[in-house]
Design a binder for this molecule. Structure first.
Ligand code: PEP
Ligand code: MN
Length: 338
């Protein structure tokens, strides 16, 4: 349910309404938009219906949120969400943000070499997994905390932000110590305990769509984060499983306009996991920019033949640099920068 406030509602009136909502055992979320301030109320709405909220001073109207995802919906917040990272980089703004780096952190030297080159080409974030979700238990599982340390050190040296995957709800403090943004991977999109823990922390989150998840399920997972108080959430389309076997996954390019209509949260596309093949990454990245994505995640490795994971879909640093050049005019054509 949304309580729409009058333009001239005073802070005291807003506080009074919030107190009443809390008395009913519900949680108010105040959202101050450009046009209007609203209070979202999540929980058992029957309790609220019993109260004549329209009669409270400062209230203009009370409208139900029809979507199953409440806080993530455009009904709750019509303006797009833009949040600022520590170094001033804005997520969801005019500039399309780019996350690049190896699939996994394999060591400090390789990370430093790759980070230096992706930074020079225009990346904003260094990506790399320290905790890797691998299909086989015998595959490389990541360097753990050692990998996190390398990410932080290298990113600081080169001037990049760090985005890295968190797989375990017990690791929130550990990963938060090193990362600027926590990535919840496709396999954990519906790990609800992890979502709850990450929702309680203040770090921005990159939430990847599950391999076989619908857009509605993705938004309901985002709702777990938002309903715990973490609104710095970016959604990621990374390809879904379909009957098609020519590519590793099928990038659902439709997800961008659908999400743009349904939610205020920024949307990123990962053409690396989405296609699984180096030669397809560039074309799909170009499509992502054209379709209105707010960000891109691209795997880059300087020795893909020897990569410990996902070498076949990793661009060489030179290929990444070339792609960034190709993306610029497309971004400008759709009113964005990159
Ligand atoms: C990744 O980005 O490192 C990753 C494992 O991706 P996904 O969760 O989309 O498979
Ligand atoms: Mn990978």
């Amino acid at each position: 349910m949304i309580i729409v406030l009058k333009n001239n509602a005073t802070p005291e009136q807003i506080n009074h309404i919030c107190e009443k909502v809390k008395e009913l055992g519900l949680t108010p979320q105040v959202s101050r938009g450009v046009e209007r301030t609203i209070i979202g109320v999540i929980g058992e709405e029957e309790k609220l219906r019993a109260k004549p909220l329209e009669a409270f001073p400062g209230v203009d109207s009370v409208v139900p949120i029809l979507r199953p995802y409440k806080l993530a919906s455009r009904e709750f917040k019509p303006e797009p969400t833009v949040f600022e990272m520590g170094n001033g980089v804005k997520v969801g703004g005019k500039k399309i943000i780019v996350m690049a780096g190896p699939c996994a952190v394999e060591g400090r030297d390789m990370l430093f070499r790759i980070a230096t080159q992706v930074k020079k080409a225009g990346a904003d974030f260094l990506r790399g997994g320290a905790f890797k979700p691998r299909t086989s238990p015998y595959s490389f599982q990541g360097l753990g905390e050692e990998g996190l340390k390398y990410l932080r050190e290298v990113a600081d040296e080169v001037g990049l932000l760090v985005v890295t995957e968190i797989m375990d709800s017990r690791h929130v403090d550990l990963v938060s110590e090193y990362a600027d943004m926590l990535q919840i991977g496709a396999r954990n999109m519906q790990n609800f305990e992890l979502l709850k823990e990450v929702g309680l922390c203040k770090k921005p989150v990159l939430l990847k769509r599950g391999l076989s998840s619908t857009i509605k399920e993705l938004l309901l997972s985002a709702e777990y984060l938002l309903s715990r108080g973490n609104f710095k959430v970016m959604l990621c389309e990374r390809g879904i499983r379909t009957f098609e076997t020519a590519t590793r996954n099928t990038v659902d390019i439709n997800a961008v306009p659908v999400l743009k209509e349904e939610t205020h949260l920024p949307v990123l596309i990962d053409p690396s996991h989405g296609t699984g093949k180096r030669s397809y990454v560039g074309p799909v990245a170009r499509a992502a920019v054209a379709v209105g994505a707010d960000g891109l995640m691209i795997e880059v490795h300087d020795n893909p033949e020897e990569a410990r994971s996902d070498g076949e879909q990793s661009l060489l640093p030179s290929g990444f640099e070339q792609l960034m050049k190709e993306l610029r005019p497309i971004a400008h054509a759709v009113g964005r920068d990159i």
